[in-house]
Design a protein around this ligand. Structure first.
Ligand code: PFF
Length: 536
């Protein structure tokens, strides 16, 4: 069965390995190294791993199969794919693509920080004041009100007996300084991203060998280094010590499901676009399992490197591990540089660490650009070059405001809204559309016809019931939390309104407009007809 059985000649991956590596590259990103270990520790350590594996099996891998099935059968990036499934749903595909685009715009700013730190590693420029260096000299925070994450980081510095930089203390609000080197790093990141996908799957298929295998090799170096440092055992105990009571708390399960969505890049429109370049006969089910398991193992392994090193940091300072644990920017750009300074050959470890992050991030970022560019090619028949340059150029401009000091707060807000609300809405929409309109059993048969080993009927249950129910619950909890405790207490309520709710609204409005815009089918391309539900 082919849903979009047009006679188009769509570019295809050079091999199944190229596709699987590209999808793994997209899935494995900064989320694995700076998000997973911390979330795991915060939600019951070893017990969280159980919730995580359940979420992976009941939602993560089933959603990968779903998105691969959608992309493969409609042979289109998200907007075209959604239009093929239901002629009135193109806007939804654009909205998913828009959410991915916004995430990509700020993700490149984090890549710029990594690139700057790779250079700073040459001189260990952060000296003995990693926190001050990050907030003052890299981010450019001057006098801003702090968000809750910064306030928490300041608290943990205080409790560790370290000096809290001025920039982390709440003050009247201002834009902060423009940081030219962050802007240069941003431009550099974009040049790398656009060059990596210059000729679509042809270049991506080759580049991913480097961007997946290199960070894996470097991660192994850091795991070995991390677990052989003095004090590492205490750090690992912290990371993995199981608090089984946690499994009775709903928040632990919510954290596990959100982490799985983010980590597998589902709901970003990426996996739909990538699978639209699969050849007709493709083993979708096995690929989904390989990608899901590789991503989960990388995250768990990343935790060994991170917590081994944090144990070492606590050991050096003679304080408990809990007081040196930080997440997000605090972990990567404050705690880790600190640890690196205390290692033998610190310059080398510094460069390798930030190179690892950069290579981890680049294939996640370019998978998003490819998803947006493929959508423009589907709609207007743009060439690769035009699509990549336009998408890259606009995303670069969108990232520029984040190179001001206050950008870190904006980034934090956009990140939270896009991940917790944006991605959840997209995944929910996909499950409902395929589960109830298109019929998941029909998609399951399509996928099984192509795959060497098929997926059982339990998949329908995951798509029609488990995932939608978990997301509805997740969304309700998040919306209530955002309304009840916004950043208002730190003076950022209006910021949250603009960079959270308004951005989300704009994305959905843009989706509606783009769906109405007149398209131009590329030469020699037949548009797939709408798929009548129930038709075989
Ligand atoms: N799966 C990615 C990660 O874990 O980092 C999520 C992601 C983030 C993908 C940002 C793409 C992206 F641009």
């Amino acid at each position: 069965m082919a849903i979009g059985n047009g006679v188009e000649e769509r570019e295809t991956w050079s091999s199944r390995r190229a596709f699987v590596l590209a999808a793994i590259g997209s899935a494995i990103g900064l989320g694995n190294i700076w998000r997973f270990p911390f979330i795991c520790y915060e939600n019951g350590g070893g017990a969280f791993l159980i919730a995580f594996v359940v979420a992976l099996m009941t939602a993560g891998i089933p959603l990968l199969v779903l998105e691969f099935g959608i992309g493969h059968s409609t042979r289109g990036a998200a907007p075209k794919a959604m239009r093929s499934i239901h002629p009135r749903m193109e806007w939804f595909g654009w909205a998913a693509t828009g959410i991915g685009f916004v995430i990509c715009a700020y993700y490149a700013v984090i890549m710029s920080y990594c690139a700057n730190y790779a250079v700073h590693s040459l001189t260990l420029a952060w000296g003995g004041d990693a926190a001050g260096f990050f907030y003052r000299d890299v981010v450019g925070l001057t006098t801003v009100r702090v968000d809750s994450a910064t306030a928490a980081a300041a608290d943990s510095l205080r409790s560790a007996g370290a000096a809290v930089p001025e920039e982390m203390i709440a003050r009247p609000w201002s834009l902060g300084r423009f940081m030219p080197w962050v802007a240069v790093g941003l431009l550099f990141s974009w040049v790398c991203i656009v060059l990596s996908i210059w000729k679509g799957t042809k270049t991506v298929g080759k580049v991913v060998y480097a961007t997946v295998l290199l960070p894996w090799a470097l991660l192994i170096v850091f795991v070995v280094r991390g677990v052989t440092l003095p004090g590492s055992a205490e750090g690992l105990r912290f990371y993995l010590h199981p608090e089984f009571a946690g499994l009775l708390q709903p928040s632990v399960w919510l954290a596990a499901y959100t982490q799985v969505f983010f980590s597998l890049s589902v709901g970003f429109a990426i996996m739909i676009a990538y699978s639209s370049f699969l050849p007709r006969r493709s083993d979708i089910v096995a690929s989904a399992f390989i990608i899901g398991i590789a991503d989960a193992l990388t995250a768990i392994l990343g935790g060994f490197a991170v917590f081994g090193a944090l144990g070492y940091k606590a050991h050096l300072a003679g304080v408990p591990v809990a007081s040196v644990v930080q997440s997000g920017p605090g972990l990567t750009f404050v705690a880790y540089p600190d640890i690196i300074s205390n290692l033998p050959v610190p310059h080398l470890f510094g460069i390798l660490f930030f190179l690892m992050l950069l290579t981890l991030a680049i294939d996640s970022a370019f998978s998003l650009v490819e998803a947006v560019a493929a959508a423009t090619r589907d709609k207007w028949g743009w060439s690769h070059r035009r699509a990549n340059l336009t998408v890259g150029g606009i995303a670069f401009l969108c990232g520029l405001p984040l190179t001001f000091g206050v950008g870190l707060h904006w980034l934090d807000i956009v990140d939270r809204f896009m991940n917790q609300i944006g991605l959840s809405l997209v995944v929910l929409g996909e499950c409902l559309l395929i589960g109830y309109y298109f019929k998941s059993e029909r998609m399951r048969r399509h996928v099984n016809e192509l795959s060497d080993f098929g997926i059982g009927r339990w998949w329908n249950l995951c798509i029609m019931a488990i995932t939608p129910l978990v997301i509805l619950w997740l969304l309700a909890a998040e919306v209530i939390a955002r309304i009840r405790e916004p950043y208002g207490d730190s003076g950022l309520r209006s910021q949250e309104f603009v960079f959270g709710w308004l951005v989300l609204l704009l994305i959905f409005a843009a989706g509606l407009l783009l769906a109405r815009a007149r398209g131009a089918a590329p030469r020699g391309t037949a548009r797939p007809g709408p798929a009548p539900p129930g038709g075989r």
